[in-house]
Ligand binder design. Structure first.
Ligand code: FAD
Ligand code: DLZ
Ligand code: SF4
Length: 512
């Protein structure tokens, strides 16, 4: 059915739908009429720049095929180009050129892409009148984000988030935040003590379409990072809705409390696992937030869970997108702390004696997923204090996560994790020693290193790398208000202690 070509006639409009625009409400589809041809194409260029995780490619292509099948069943004129179609020229631009010339299309309609590179390429197209449409799936348009910040000295997520809460009247009571506080972050930091029943991950048996895509990906991209199996991702909207509903029922009550908790072998914890679907279009952020609010209030879900969950989507998700479009294309080049180390090989093969990193990379490799605190406090924190080059780390994050598109990945990695934008996004670097990892997880119990030791061969490397990072970047960070206390502690270190920190760090980094 996918291979069927539409009737050979002239189509005035070509509507391009990309792999992260799989929503029937997508703005470009609203311009559809009988003179329109929808184009969806599986292109090798998107799979290999960079070389995405195998599971991520299966997920995106299978979801694209299911979406196309659904549109076709509704009688849309749609041309779907599969990866192995002999005529497939391999990139968005060349496919647009090929198909528009074959069907005599004069106009190209596209909803804003999620990556600056793609937008720039579309704008270079000749012989087609290009109409870029706002992506209405987001709560805040790019221009509104810019307008909101125009007179502000600082960009602060919390201020933007409050504006969004008020604008959309979410968790509000008489124009005040429900419960009296805007933010319950302080109540989202409990670690797990004793036994805890963590619900099993929802998954779906691969259907015929997914099985075909798996074969294709094994054949063409079998050398890419990561494992296809176990394949647990939803590839249809109905399945994604079920996953979200199951989160509300089973994980939502404890989501807030254990948001920052980590346990060995527990890859999904109390998180929702819906970023894949929010980002590729199977779920709509507005419906998810509305449902979380309504369900939460009706079912007495603790406010720290309801607010915490909504803040991630209405606050952080929208905020990072705004920053991305405000700061590109220069954002990608930033490296304020002048970090110059290569990404260690173990980020790819996962063999390392640092148990926390080993766990996070195992999760990443198996599931094309890691929960937020693994991405931030384990992988990101390590990369920050080990001074990994932003370009290499950003590319790694874009490759390995099935929810990664540049608009959301780049600000999180370059801004939130690496402080490479000089604190434009985060007010201070999220650096921490092993103590915080030990407080929030049970990883240290099974680690070769001793989290209590500060220096020496058996000491937890996070401990000396943390102080080494602060020492090396003192001239750039010591004036930051939020770093003053920690620099006051560092100033009391003897020079002998500082020398040992620096020596241990140098030796450890050289071994990488
Ligand atoms: P939950 O914990 O259940 O949160 C609910 C939803 O909130 C998520 O589905 C997501 O849509 C949203 N959300 C939460 N935090 C953020 C955030 N910081 N930025 C944007 N949205 C957020 N998220 C991505 O979607 N794609 C990425 O490529 C990505 N890269 C990241 C890289 C780093 C270094 C860090 C620290 C975070 C990154 N995040 C990214 C944010 C977050 O880690 C993931 O959204 C989350 O882990 C997805 O799992 P979940 O759906 O179970 O999230
Ligand atoms: C990530 C991705 C991959 C791996 N493959 C495709 C594809 O074959 N066809 C497609 O339309 N989209 C794909 N995508 C998603 C695009 O990379 C994404 O739409 C752009 O980067 C803009 O966000
Ligand atoms: Fe990670 Fe250090 Fe704990 Fe080992 S001891 S798991 S390296 S924090």
């Amino acid at each position: 059915m996918l291979a069927e070509k539409p009737e050979a006639k002239k189509y005035n409009k070509l509507i391009l739908i990309m792999g992260d625009q799989l929503s029937e409400n997508i703005s470009s589809l609203q311009y559809y009429d009988n003179n329109s041809l929808i184009l969806m194409c599986e292109v090798v260029n998107e799979c290999t720049t960079p070389k995405h995780h195998q599971k991520k490619i299966v997920f995106i292509l299978s979801a694209m095929r299911h979406f196309a099948q659904s549109l076709k069943s509704k009688k849309y004129n749609l041309l779907y180009v599969t990866l192995d179609d002999p005529e497939n020229s391999g990139s968005f631009i060349t496919e647009i050129q090929r198909i528009s010339s074959e069907f005599n299309c004069r106009n190209l309609y596209v909803t804003e892409p999620g990556e600056y590179r793609v937008l720039a390429e579309l704008q270079e197209l000749e012989n087609l009148k290009l109409k870029i449409l706002e992506d209405k799936r987001f709560f805040c348009t790019i221009s509104e984000f810019r307008e909101f910040h125009k007179d502000k000295k600082h960009y602060v997520m919390e201020n933007f988030y409050r504006y969004m809460r008020k604008k959309y009247n979410i968790l509000m009571e008489d124009k005040k935040p429900l419960g009296g506080k805007w933010n319950y972050d302080q109540e989202n930091r409990k670690s797990v003590k004793g036994n805890l029943n963590i619900p099993v991950q929802d998954s779906y048996v691969a259907d015929k379409i997914t099985l075909e895509v798996k074969k294709l990906v094994e054949k063409y991209f079998g050398d890419h990072f990561g494992h296809i199996e176990p394949f647990f991702l939803a590839t249809k909207r109905a399945e994604a809705i079920k996953i979200f509903k199951s989160f509300l029922l089973n994980r939502f009550p404890l989501f807030g409390t254990y948001q920052d908790a980590m346990l060995e072998g527990e890859d999904f914890m109390f998180h929702s696992h819906i970023s894949f679907y929010l980002n590729n279009g199977l779920l709509e952020p507005k419906e998810v937030v509305a449902e979380a609010e309504a369900y939460g209030l009706q079912n007495n879900i603790p406010l720290n869970s309801i607010e915490g969950f909504i803040r991630q989507i209405l606050g952080w998700r929208e905020y990072v997108r705004g920053i991305y479009w405000l700061k590109m294309p220069f954002y990608k080049e930033e490296n304020y702390l002048e970090a110059q180390n290569k990404l260690p090989d173990f980020f790819w093969h996962g063999q390392t004696e640092l148990n926390c990193l080993k766990e996070a990379i195992r999760n990443t490799k198996n599931n094309s997923y890691a929960h937020h605190i693994q991405r931030l406090m384990i992988l990101g924190n390590f990369a920050l204090i080990a001074e990994i080059k932003p370009k290499e780390l950003c590319e790694w994050y874009l490759i390995v996560y099935a929810d990664a598109y540049e608009w959301v990945e780049l600000p999180n990695v370059l801004g939130m994790v690496l402080f490479a934008d000089q604190g434009f996004l985060a007010t201070k670097p999220y650096a921490s020693s092993g103590a915080y990892i030990n407080k929030m997880s049970n990883y240290c119990k099974n680690c070769k290193y001793d989290v209590k030791l500060k220096n020496g061969d058996n000491a937890c490397p996070f401990n000396y790398l943390y102080w080494n990072f602060l020492l090396k970047n003192k001239h750039k960070l010591a004036n930051n208000q939020r770093m003053k206390m920690i620099y006051a502690v560092l100033d009391k270190f003897s020079s002998a202690k500082k020398t040992v920190i620096s020596k241990d760090s140098k030796e450890f980094l050289a071994r990488l």
